[in-house]
Design a protein around this ligand. Structure first.
Ligand code: WTA
Length: 674
């Protein structure tokens, strides 16, 4: 991994043609707008809010808050007193007033290239209304939670917007998560309805989603009295039409008290549904993200602030124009999909590609083929996908006409210079700026990002703060560092899109993000500011790992390993990985009477997959007769990281109880590890 900025820093300047009609046409305009957003946030955000529909205007100022735990409870309120509806703003507003009804909202591309369809804004609106009526009929009320466990199909968007329309709170669980993870999230949210699909093809693999959902509900029943009264099941397009054989293979399990088919309930459901007018600060959704203690946190976002923030970041960072075809390859199960496949693009009336498949199926040129097919102008993906596709060389990219592309985006982890240059030259033909967007589930939208026509780029840097964002870099003692510096990345004040709380656990919210450095929101990321004021994210500085752009905590993987009866102790660290960025390297101490062998290793891998999901499958599991500990009994993870990376310069090990432990670990390193 190259340390960002350690290479010669060549700057990349915005292309002239982009600057002509850009929303933020040059760096001076950025600076002016930025200054206004910081000096007069009320006027700044009011202007943005004026583009949207408010059933009742705000009575308070645009942002009220306490950001200092020492002064009382943390809170952020945006547009207090206002009443609105997210769904109305992203659908009805376009259909009724903007004459965008016939505009395509989504070009859906299925797992295989012969599966595709288009959904216009008016079609989306009528489907959403029908679904909203279905949910209402099931008794779902404002403020109640609906869990959604679906692949990337239009029904996912429809269900989420239907929730937003009636004021229900959606909790989307990525469909790659295990039944255990789904169960945990259903219990925490106390959802009353679960929406899922019978099955889905991921590449060549058929996944029986309904069965996983059933297992999750069964586990919920065993652990607590389940809150879910109805499970709505969508028949997947593909399985419905093409794969009769697949359907037979699937054997959708059925509980007639609880399960209903989507088609049947949607069939006669009315196409009109008055939106529920919500308070600006009513919750819009919960999205679970890994927490460093192991238990996922239900990050809660609210209606008005999230609308303003995702709409504006989308418009500026991708310099959105009405004739754009935009494509973000993320899954809606993650925040990137929520903010930049759903709400941000829809708030702007954009046409997006909604892609269900994977980049290498049925061939390694699939992404490029889709860009050519829809003449995609703005393309947003993750460094891990770029690194994966780089392996196949230029040829699969150059087979396709990518001349429609104007802006490329990156998200999820620091992008290494090699991947940056390949993306820039091979995919973008040297002509497209790359917007490297740094943000988090918690921030709701981009917080550090270049603006494509305004910001000169340095490969690997997320450049400068977005409007309304005031970053600072602190040292270990909480002292603010000026000028060139490296330390903890924090934010001094809130912005409309910041999370409001951890669902049902405000204390955890305050402890996680505000306690370490009072007065600041702590991102958990390390950061460097260079002599030109550019920000460079250096990676997590807590016990979190970023595997293929997915954040997970060492604690949750450790907990999954420890549940195996043979395991006495487990410690997990990250190790650099060529494609995934980081991967999981696990140290396992077995109980006295047990043997560490290949079978156990396979069992442990399976165990983690089952507990968390395939994304958390350990890459390496090493036998650790003992773990290196401090005198106070704390595992020294720094040393374990060095063992995983085979770095023999250990530095200060004086706090280790037994240095011999480390020698043993080095001698037993996993084969295949660097
Ligand atoms: C990391 C994803 C460097 C970071 C939107 C952050 C990044 C975590 C970048 C949040 C980037 C995200 N450069 N690191 N451009 N984008 N990260 O909540 O560690 O899934 O804290 O949100 O991903 O991950 P999350």
């Amino acid at each position: 991994m190259v340390v960002p900025g350690s290479q010669e820093e060549k700057m990349f300047y915005p292309p002239d043609d982009l600057q002509m009609d850009a929303h933020v046409p040059d760096f001076n305009s950025y600076l002016q707008m930025y200054r206004k957003s910081i000096e007069n946030p009320d006027a700044f955000w009011k202007e943005i809010a004026d583009e949207f529909f408010w059933k009742k205007p705000a009575t308070g100022s645009m942002l009220q808050y306490n950001f200092d735990v020492t002064k009382g409870s943390i809170y952020v309120k945006c547009m207090e007193g206002a009443k609105t509806n997210m769904c109305y703003n992203v659908l009805d507003r376009h259909v009724l007033k903007g004459n965008l009804g016939e505009k395509v909202a989504y070009y859906w591309e299925g797992n295989s290239p012969d599966q595709h369809l288009t959904v216009t804004y008016s079609q989306l609106l009528s489907q959403v209304c029908r679904c909203a009526n279905v949910l209402k009929k099931m008794g779902v009320k404002k403020g109640e939670r609906v869990s959604i466990y679906l692949p990337m199909i239009p029904e996912l968007v429809i269900t989420m917007l239907a929730c937003a329309r009636i004021g229900a709170v959606h909790s989307v669980v990525f469909a790659g998560f295990s039944s255990e993870s789904l169960c945990e999230r259903i219990i925490d949210a106390q959802s009353c309805v679960l929406v899922t699909a019978d099955g889905v093809y991921r590449g060549e693999k058929l996944v029986n989603l309904k069965q996983i959902a059933d297992e999750a509900l069964q586990k919920c029943r065993e652990k607590s009295s389940t809150s879910v009264t109805k499970c709505v099941v969508i028949k997947h397009q593909t399985l419905r039409t093409k794969c009769g054989a697949a359907r037979n293979k699937l054997q959708t399990p059925w509980d007639s008290d609880c399960d209903v088919w989507w088609d049947e309930v949607m069939k006669d459901s009315p196409e009109e549904c008055e939106p529920e007018w919500l308070d600006a600060e009513d919750p819009l959704f919960i999205l679970y993200t890994s927490g460093s203690t192991g238990k996922p946190k239900g990050v809660l976002h609210t209606v008005a602030g999230y609308l303003l923030y995702t709409a504006l970041t989308f418009k500026c960072v991708f310099d959105y124009h009405h004739d754009d075809v935009y494509w973000c390859t993320a899954d809606i199960g993650w925040i990137t999909g929520h903010s930049y496949i759903m709400y941000g693009p829809l708030a702007n009336g954009a046409s997006s590609v909604l892609f269900e498949g994977i980049p290498v199926h049925p061939h390694v040129g699939r992404l490029w083929e889709i860009i050519e097919k829809y003449k995609v102008t703005k393309f947003y993906t993750a460094p891990t996908a770029i690194r994966l596709l780089m392996k196949y060389g230029r040829e699969p990219v150059q087979k396709y006409d990518l001349s429609s592309l104007r802006i490329l985006g990156s998200v999820g982890e620091p992008i290494n210079p090699e991947a940056w240059h390949w993306y820039h030259e091979v995919v973008g033909r040297g002509k497209c700026p790359i917007v490297d967007t740094f943000w988090q589930t918690e921030t709701g939208g981009h917080v550090l990002a270049p603006l494509p026509a305004a910001t000169p780029l340095k490969p690997g840097s997320a450049t400068f703060p977005f409007f309304g964002i005031e970053p600072a870099i602190l040292n270990e003692h909480g002292e603010e560092l000026q000028g060139e510096a490296e330390g903890y990345l924090v934010f001094r004040r809130p912005w409309p899109g910041i999370m409001r709380t951890v669902y049902k656990n405000h204390e955890r919210f305050q402890n996680t993000y505000f306690k370490k450095f009072p007065g600041f929101y702590v991102t958990g990321d390390g950061c460097r500011r260079d002599k030109d004021g550019y920000y460079w994210i250096t990676g997590r500085i807590d016990d979190m790992l970023n595997v293929s752009g997915h954040l997970m905590s060492t604690a949750e993987v450790e907990a999954a390993l420890m549940e195996h009866p043979a395991v006495a102790e487990a410690a997990v660290v990250s190790r650099p990985h060529q494609v995934k960025g980081e991967c999981l390297y696990c140290f396992v101490t077995v109980k006295d009477c047990k043997e560490f062998n290949h079978t156990l290793m396979e069992e442990l891998k399976r165990q983690v997959r089952e507990k968390i999901g395939p994304i958390a499958t350990p890459d390496f599991i090493q036998n650790a007769p003992a773990l290196p500990k401090t005198r106070s009994g704390k595992i020294m993870r720094r040393i374990l990281r060095q063992v995983a990376r085979n770095e023999r310069e250990l530095g200060d090990v004086s706090s280790l109880t037994d240095p011999k432990v480390v020698e043993v670990l080095f001698s037993q390193r996993c084969e295949g590890a660097a």
